[in-house]
Design a protein around this ligand. Structure first.
Ligand code: CP
Length: 290
């Protein structure tokens, strides 16, 4: 049985097969391969995109979906995470999608259940299906990604999206530059780093903006989001008429991460990422569920 905890859980051949399947789904291929299957989603952290995307994906493939409302679950009565997982597992689901504020929870849960666990985001650790849908979107625009240059911009240190994308995109040959103020820059050494967007703007094919993860800051170590935006907001004025693809995993802080004009520009692929997420997650669920 296979789980999806990290992007590294799929090798290149498996990812290419996933993307071929996702492409067919995007082209309109309809199949009910998960009829009679049950997918449970448990989101201990808020989500707009990931949870609904998994649920739409499962339903399009014919699966039944049960979503545990954490605020109304027995977690709020003191039941441990492991007992919650064991009890859900006793209902014999075919997959459980879990999001948790603590890094490592999906991996630990995978030892307590008898179905695939899909990581829907764990703390600042990983968000594998986000990175997969990001790569799928990049490949639609750059079928040969080898040597393409991407700048990941923002609160990289606290971002599970950045972690998963750094692993996955570098494996597919993209050249990554990390752009962040010192307090949001991770300590990893292997990548080019800068504190200044203007140092990369003439040399990138893709800009991936990230949200400032205020919920993961133990104390505020920067003056204000407005000050941050002065240096790191992706504005139409900054991008000008350059041929750069703009990405963001969402939720976007408008005019902090990306400005209104750039969000409305056809070079901005934020909603295309969301659309592709359903097809990629259909392929993921179909692959993991027997
Ligand atoms: N990209 C992403 O994880 O968005 P949600 O938090 O809305 O799921």
């Amino acid at each position: 049985m296979k789980h999806l905890i990290n992007t590294a859980d799929f090798d290149r051949d498996e990812i290419e097969a996933l993307f071929a399947r996702a492409k067919k789904f995007k082209e309109g291929y309809v199949v009910k391969t998960l009829e009679d299957k049950l997918v449970i989603t448990i989101f201990f952290e808020n989500s707009t995109r990931t949870r609904s995307s998994f649920e739409v994906a499962a339903k399009r493939l014919g699966a039944e979906v049960v979503s545990l409302d954490i605020s109304k679950s027995s977690s709020s009565k003191g039941e441990t995470l492991f007992d919650t997982a064991a009890n859900l597992d006793a209902m014999e689901p075919n997959a459980i999608v879990v999001r948790h504020q603590n890094a490592g929870v999906p991996k630990i849960l995978s030892n307590y259940v008898s179905c695939p666990i899909v990581n829907g985001g764990d703390g600042a650790h990983g968000h594998p299906t986000q990175a997969l849908l990001d790569l799928f979107t990049i490949l639609e625009h750059f079928p040969d990604p080898e040597g393409k240059k991407i700048a990941i911009v923002g609160d990289i240190k606290n971002s599970r999206v950045a972690n998963s994308n750094i692993e996955l995109l570098s494996r597919f040959g993209l050249e990554i530059t990390l752009v962040a103020p010192p307090h949001f820059m991770p300590r990893i050494k292997a990548y080019r780093k800068t504190h200044y967007l203007h140092e990369v703007i003439d040399d990138v094919d893709i800009l991936m903006s990230l949200r400032t993860q205020t919920e993961r800051h133990t104390n505020q170590i920067y003056a204000s989001l407005k000050d941050y935006a002065t240096d790191f907001c992706i504005t139409k004025e900054l991008v000008g008429d350059r041929d750069i693809m703009i990405m963001h995993p969402g939720p976007v802080n408008r005019n902090i991460d990306i400005d209104d004009a750039m969000l409305a520009d056809p070079r901005c692929k934020v909603l295309e990422q969301v659309k592709n997420g359903v097809f990629v997650r259909m392929a993921v669920l179909e692959t993991l569920i027997d």
